[in-house]
Design a protein. Structure first.
Length: 399
């Protein structure tokens, strides 16, 4: 609660009039001073009365790709019995303040305002809470309160279609290494039935043709797994304008493109960061179904695209430590490392992973010169942005 300049002036006048009136015996001045003091007290009571307001907000959609439109619909309802007079409301959308017209809202009535959420930058845009300012009719006292919760709008990186997706190498139980497009319990051959075989494995059509029971013989194959390591270290992306590193934004777009391509092909994919990422805001369930046009593959909860929207550059961490974790854990068979111009001298650490990962691809963004083709014996894709990376990626013939 705060007293305006008008309220402070009136309170000072009230004290002076009461003092002069009592000191020199002027009842008229005393009466005026008392009236001024009562006016300030009444203003405090009016402003302190908390209006009953119900706030409902809906983002359409709440997950979008960078540059796509998103609209926030805010509905404010007067749930009290008294007219909500002299109210001023503003909603916070990222760094913007959006005015909400609620002046003299009748009991049971509501007002709705719609506005565009800025999506020009990747990130998580916090929207809300609604800030309602109440004033007394004379403008002596002002009191601001917050209503409703803050809702995040997830602005995902752009996704560029990739036609080439590495399937990796799958290992069967007998030690063979093959290119496996889809891993599971895979059919291998038919053999004669022996006592103890499960009847559900009997291949009835073949049994009817040969005149004896034949059962399916299956083999276990491992699922090919793609591991995407996004280098989010500040040292890897030294060129920044207004705190934004375009090379890092391009790397995020490339990571989103690889993840979306893997999901499209039903391949397991793991997204990792070179440096510790900041805590991710609590997500809300999407208000609209996933759209193939926007490349939205995340459902309720935190998915890879939500993580890419929330990740930022970090000052700690080294590429050597990140690659050491990858060598120890061996999370897959195809490794995609996406970094910036500041890590070109550290690609040797990535090259040392070729024994643990059969396929290693490195994407370098924002470098002034192209990386030598034999750098650490790696497949290196130099690209100025995410779109160029997608074009170069589809031209790679060896993984």
């Amino acid at each position: 609660m705060g007293i305006t300049a008008r309220g402070i002036g009136l309170l000072v006048v009230a004290v002076l009039l009461l003092g002069v009136g009592f000191r020199f015996g002027y009842p008229e001045l005393t009466l005026l001073g008392a009236a001024a003091g009562i006016a300030v007290a009444v203003a405090v009571v009016i402003a302190a009365r908390r209006p009953r307001l119900a706030v409902h907000r809906r983002a359409d959609p709440d997950r979008v790709a960078r540059g796509e439109p998103a609209t926030m619909t805010l509905t404010l309802r007067n749930a009290g019995r008294l007219r909500a007079a002299s109210l001023l409301a503003t909603d916070r959308c990222g760094d913007r303040v959006v005015p909400v017209p609620v002046l003299r809202l009748r009991p049971g009535a509501d007002t709705t305002v719609r506005y565009d959420v800025p999506t020009v930058r990747r990130g998580v845009v916090p929207v809300g809470p609604l800030r309602v300012t109440r004033r007394d009719p004379l403008g002596l006292v002002v009191l601001a309160r917050s209503y409703g919760d803050s809702v995040p709008v997830w602005v995902h990186p752009r996704i560029h279609p990739l036609s080439a997706v590495p399937t990796g190498a799958g290992r069967s139980l007998d030690g063979r290494v093959d290119a496996v497009p889809h891993g599971s319990i895979t059919f291998d051959s038919l053999r004669e039935y022996v006592v103890g075989d499960e009847l559900r494995r009997v291949h009835w059509r073949t049994s009817a043709r040969v005149g004896e029971l034949m059962v399916r013989e299956n083999v276990d194959t491992s699922l090919p797994r793609i591991v995407v390591l996004l280098d989010n270290r500040a040292a890897a992306h030294p060129d920044r304008v207004d705190g934004v590193a375009e090379s890092f934004e391009s790397a995020c777009e490339a990571a989103a493109s690889v993840v979306a391509a893997a999901v499209r092909e039903d391949l397991p994919v793991a997204l990792l960061f070179a440096a510790a990422a900041e805590p991710i805001p609590e997500p809300t369930a999407p208000t609209t179904p996933a759209s193939s046009g926007s490349g939205m593959i995340d459902g309720p909860g935190v998915g890879p695209l939500d993580r890419l929207a929330a990740v930022s550059l970090a000052a700690d961490g080294t590429l050597e430590a990140a690659t050491a974790r990858l060598r120890r854990d061996r999370l897959g068979d195809t490794l995609v490392v996406l970094t910036g111009p500041g890590s070109r001298d550290d690609l040797g650490y990535v090259g040392a992973l070729r024994g643990a990962y059969p396929s290693v691809v490195v994407g370098v963004f924002g470098a002034a010169e192209r990386t030598p083709p034999d750098a650490a014996g790696l497949v290196v894709v130099d690209a100025p942005d995410g779109a160029a990376f997608a074009a170069e990626w589809d031209g790679v013939r060896r993984w």
